[in-house]
Design a protein around this ligand. Structure first.
Ligand code: CFM
Ligand code: HCA
Length: 534
C-alpha cells in the first residue's frame, strides 16, 4: 500500500504532497519508535475537507446542548441555522419553561450591522429573550464577522448581567479562531470552567457514587442509554456535559467523586482543570460497543472499590447481555468478514472501531477530522506536540486548587495503584488498536476518500453528511456517525443492537444492485495534475 499511497499523493502539487504525506500513515507496529502523525494543522486552501469551524465547536458542540440556557448566535443567519438541531443533541423537557433546545436565536446580522456595528442589535435580542423566554442564563457566540468588525461581546454581556441579574456568557469563538471545531471546544471549555462550573451551592455530593459524565452530547439519545445503565447500577449523575445538560447542574460539577470522559477531544481541558481545581480524577470511558461498555462499567466499579457495587455491576452486565446477545448474533451473520472506513470528528473514528470489530467488520481505514496527535498516539505525546501560531491563538486557562472546595477524592497511593488497572487520567489513542497494514488518515478529504475507496473497496463507509452521497453514488453503503442518519441511540447495550440492525439494513438493501461503481466502467487513474509551484 505504500506505493499506492505515493500514487494518490502524486496527484497533488509538490508542496501539498509534502504536507498531506505527514497526515497519512500505514500502520506498522514494527518501527523502532511509534509512528508519528501530523494533526491539528491548517487544511490547505482548495482541498475539500469535512472540517467545521471554531464557532461550530463552541456553540454547536459544547455549549449549545445546555437546555435551560438561551444560546444567541451573533452573526449571519446561516451560521445560526447550521447549528439549529442538525447535530441531534436531544433533550428532555422537565420544566417546559426552561427547555430552549428547539429554538434558534440569532441577531441575523445584515450589511448595515457589519458597517455600523452590531452591539445594539445584540442588546435588543437579549432584551427580547429576557422578556419572552426568561432562561436561567444566556450565551452569546461570535461568528467570523463579529471579530472582523470588533463588536465587544464582553461589554454587551456585562451590561445585560447587571440589568437582568443572570449570567450572560460571551464566547469569542469566531469561526476563523482555529483550524477546525477543536479550537471552539477549547474556548467553550475555558468559558464554562471560568464562569459556571463550581459556582453552585452544593458543598458535597447529594448521594453515594456521585459522577459526572463528560463529553457525552446525547446524540440520538446516546446519553439516555448510558444513564439508564449507570443509574440501574446505582450511580448518581451530578451533571452531563453537555448532552441534555442543565446550567443549574453544571454549576455543581465540583461535588462529583469521579469524572467519566467519553469524548476526550472535546472536553479534556475541563477534565484536567476539574482535577487541579477540585481534586476529582477523570477516567477515560467508552460506551460504544458491547465489550467497551462492559469494560467501562467494570473500570468505574473498580474505581469505587465497593463490593456491593461490583456485584450489582456484574448483575446488570449479565442481564443486559442475556437480553441482547442472541439478537446480536443474527446480525453478526450478515456482517462477518466485511470491511469499513471509519472517519469521524475527534473521537468516534476510534470508538466505533470496537463496535465494528465485535460485529465481525474490520476497519481498514480510520481517522479524525480535527483531533490532535494525542488522540492518535496517546496522551504521553502531549509534551512533544509543537504548538504553532494557530494553537497559541487559544489561551490555556490556568486554574489552581480552590481554597474552599478542593477535596482530594483519592489518595496519591491509591491513584497510582488504580492507574495500573484502569485508564485513570490517561488515554492511549486510536493508533495502538489498529492492525498493521491499515491506513490512518488525518483530515481526510474528498479526493483522498474516493481514491482510497477505489483501492480498498470497503463494504461500508462511516463518516458525515458532506461525503455521504458521493460514497453512495460509488455503490457503497454510507453510515453517518455524526447524526446516525437520524437513527440511534448507538451507545450502550441497546445502542449496539440498534447500530447492528441499521448497518445490516444497509448491507441488505437491494439499492446497490442498481449502481455501477466507477471502477467497473472507468480506468482507475487518469492523467496527472500539473505542479502548481513548478
Ligand atoms: Fe466528540 Fe462528538 Fe466527536 Fe466532537 Fe463533532 Fe459530534 Fe463528531 Mo460531529 S464532540 S469529537 S465536534 S464525539 S459533532 S458528538 S459527531 S464531529 S466524532
Ligand atoms: C459540526 C457538527 C457535525 C457535522 C456532521 C457532519 C455533527 O462539525 O459542526 O458533517 O455530518 O456531528 O453534527 O460534526
Amino acid at each position: 500500500t505504500e506505493k499506492q499511497l505515493e500514487e494518490i499523493l502524486a496527484q497533488y502539487p509538490s508542496k501539498t504532497q509534502k504536507n498531506r504525506k505527514k497526515h497519512v500513515l500505514v500502520k506498522d507496529s514494527t518501527t523502532e519508535n511509534p509512528q508519528v502523525i501530523e494533526a491539528n494543522t491548517r487544511t490547505i486552501p482548495g482541498i475539500i475537507t469535512n472540517r467545521g469551524c471554531a464557532y461550530a465547536g463552541c456553540k454547536g458542540v459544547v455549549v449549545g446542548p445546555i437546555k435551560d440556557m438561551v444560546h444567541i448566535t451573533h452573526g449571519p443567519v446561516g451560521c445560526a441555522y447550521y447549528t439549529w438541531g442538525t447535530r441531534r443533541n436531544k433533550a428532555k423537557t422537565e420544566d417546559p419553561d426552561k427547555n430552549f433546545i428547539n429554538y434558534c436565536f440569532t441577531t441575523d446580522m445584515q450589511e448595515s450591522d457589519i458597517v455600523f456595528g452590531g452591539e445594539k442589535k445584540l442588546t435588543k435580542v437579549i432584551d427580547d429573550v429576557m422578556s419572552i423566554f426568561k432562561p436561567n442564563a444566556i450565551s452569546i457566540a461570535a461568528t467570523c464577522p463579529v471579530g472582523l468588525i470588533g463588536d465587544d461581546l464582553g461589554a454587551v454581556a456585562r451590561k445585560a448581567e447587571e440589568k437582568y441579574g443572570i449570567q450572560v456568557l460571551a464566547f469569542n469563538c469566531e469561526g476563523y479562531k482555529g483550524v477546525s471545531q477543536s479550537a471552539g471546544h477549547h474556548i467553550a471549555n475555558n468559558g464554562l470552567m471560568q464562569h459556571v462550573i463550581g459556582k453552585g451551592a452544593l458543598e458535597e455530593a447529594p448521594a453515594k457514587y456521585a459522577i459526572n459524565l463528560l463529553g457525552e452530547y446525547n446524540i440520538g439519545g446516546d446519553g439516555w442509554e448510558v444513564e439508564r445503565v449507570l443509574k440501574e447500577i446505582g450511580y448518581h449523575i451530578v451533571t452531563v456535559m453537555t448532552g441534555d445538560g442543565k446550567y443549574e447542574d453544571l454549576k455543581n460539577a465540583h461535588v462529583a467523586e469521579l469524572n467519566l470522559v467519553q469524548c476526550h477531544r472535546s472536553i479534556n481541558y475541563i477534565a484536567e482543570m476539574l482535577e487541579i481545581k477540585y481534586g476529582t480524577p477523570w477516567l477515560k470511558v467508552n460506551f460504544v460497543g458491547v465489550q467497551a461498555t462492559i469494560d467501562t462499567l467494570r473500570n468505574i466499579a473498580e474505581y469505587f472499590g465497593d463490593e456491593a457495587l461490583t456485584e450489582k455491576t456484574e448483575a446488570v452486565i449479565a442481564k443486559e447481555l442475556a437480553r441482547i446477545e442472541s439478537k446480536l448474533d443474527q446480525y453478526k451473520k450478515i456482517c462477518e468478514g466485511k470491511t469499513a472506513f471509519c472517519f469521524v470528528g475527534g473521537s468516534r473514528g476510534h470508538h466505533y472501531q470496537g463496535l465494528f470489530r465485535e460485529l465481525g467488520i474490520e476497519t481498514v481505514l480510520a481517522g479524525y477530522e480535527f483531533a490532535h496527535r494525542d488522540d492518535y498516539e496517546g496522551r504521553q505525546v502531549i509534551p512533544d506536540i509543537k504548538l504553532d501560531a494557530d494553537t497559541k491563538n487559544i489561551p490555556d486557562l490556568t486554574v489552581e486548587k480552590d481554597p474552599e472546595r478542593f477535596k482530594l477524592k483519592l489518595s496519591p497511593e491509591r491513584y497510582e495503584e488504580l492507574k495500573k488497572k484502569i485508564p485513570l487520567g490517561q488515554y492511549c489513542g486510536m493508533n495502538v488498536e489498529m492492525k498493521d497494514g491499515t491506513v490512518i488518515v488525518d483530515d481526510l478529504n474528498h479526493y483522498e476518500t474516493e481514491e482510497f475507496i477505489k483501492i480498498l473497496k470497503p463494504d461500508i463507509l462511516a463518516s458525515g453528511i458532506k461525503d455521504k452521497y458521493v460514497i453512495q453514488k460509488m455503490g457503497i453503503p454510507s453510515k453517518q456517525l455524526h447524526s446516525y442518519d437520524y437513527s440511534g441511540p448507538y451507545a450502550g447495550f441497546n445502542g449496539a443492537l440498534k447500530f447492528a440492525e441499521d448497518i445490516c439494513m444497509s448491507f441488505s438493501s437491494p439499492t446497490w444492485n442498481f449502481i455501477t461503481p466507477p471502477w467497473k466502467d472507468e480506468p482507475l487513474l487518469t492523467g496527472t495534475v500539473a505542479d502548481a509551484e513548478g
